[in-house]
Ligand binder design. Sequence first.
Ligand code: NI
Length: 169
Amino acid sequence: MAVLDINKYPAEVLKKKASPVTRIDKDLLILIDDMIETMYAAPGVGLAAPQIGISKRLAVIDISSKESEVPLIVLINPEFLKMEGRIEFEEGCLSVPEYTAKVDRAERVVVRATDREGREMEIEGEGLLAIALQHELDHLDGILFIDRISPLKREFFKKRYLKAHKAGK
Ligand code: NI
């Protein structure tokens, strides 16, 4: 397994709509393991393939904390079957370091996806899991959480962020 580099805003790959996974083969399983290791190393509660430069519809989520153990989720070609309610939550993203903002999300979602064994599954998420699912599925459509905040807040963010990260270029 390997820890992969995470692409940061404004990388182009983060804005692209990812294409479906067409085959679950050995290479894909290695990629999934690397994504899991990268997520834990960061650490983050989720990671989508575009974040490591692969424009495929693939994501991993683990919202476990000290207080609650939740199974790791591998999502291949996920899609929403249901979204309901409304919740506001302070989000961050491994691709947008050192910035968080409140984002409006659905409170409950149902997602259909394929797991790493190729089985179709349905996941019901509420609260933090619902938010993580929406955040990661957004990545597969080229959407970052900063695309879901007000235009004014986004302008402030861009100015500050690009200034802070210019030194590295
Ligand atoms: Ni993210």
